[in-house]
Design a protein around this ligand. Sequence first.
Ligand SMILES: Cc1cc2nc3c(=O)[nH]c(=O)nc-3n(C[C@H](O)[C@H](O)[C@H](O)COP(=O)(O)O)c2cc1C
Length: 206
Amino acid sequence: MNKPITVTAIVGSYRRGGIIDRAVDEILAAAREAGADTEKILLMDRRIEFCTNCRTCTQQAGAGRGACATVDDMGPILDRIEASDAIVLASPMNFGTVTAIMKRFIERLACYAYWPWGQPSPKMRNQLKGKRAVLVASSAAPALLARLLSKIVGSLKQAADVLGAKTIGVLFMGLAAQQPHQELGERTREKARKLGKKLASQRRKE
Ligand SMILES: Cc1cc2nc3c(=O)[nH]c(=O)nc-3n(C[C@H](O)[C@H](O)[C@H](O)COP(=O)(O)O)c2cc1C
């Protein structure tokens, strides 16, 4: 029997049951209904230290990620992502961009760059390719305005690129702070379910 498609969600919200958490649950539920094996990783439940710019990981040549000098939960999270067919990257907008914990996660992706001291810019390692990504973001401001004036989608997309994932959809939820525990609207739920199904529809290309 074929192994199920695996979908891993990385969630940078600080609120269980917040709008980001609910949207990710909806995406993953649809993916499971389509036969996928899913995992939701709430970054706030894991130990993720800052990238200290020691550059140990970036000095190491090779296609695989460089070994990070900091031993925490980042290694197992990246192992899971590498083994996944598809990913979801999700964050509320705080001060115009991703949350601090999502930014911590993103900075630790430096291990996917080969960047010896003295080189002006990094070379991204090309081992990871062929995954698909869905990006999820939310803002108190209306969606159109927030998307236009912020870099949140760009930051999440950059992280997806580094992880070898092509972005196939964005779920952006504006007016997300109308109530402390806001339900997803019907259109948002439908879009989330569509994206979940789409993620579960294709194995990653090697
Ligand atoms: C520290 C902080 C900064 C925020 N900055 C912004 C912002 O710049 N723009 C905006 O539209 N909403 C901002 N918000 C509102 C959040 O984006 C909104 O409450 C969130 O999307 C809800 O996601 P959650 O339910 O998963 O927590 C901010 C919220 C906090 C706590």
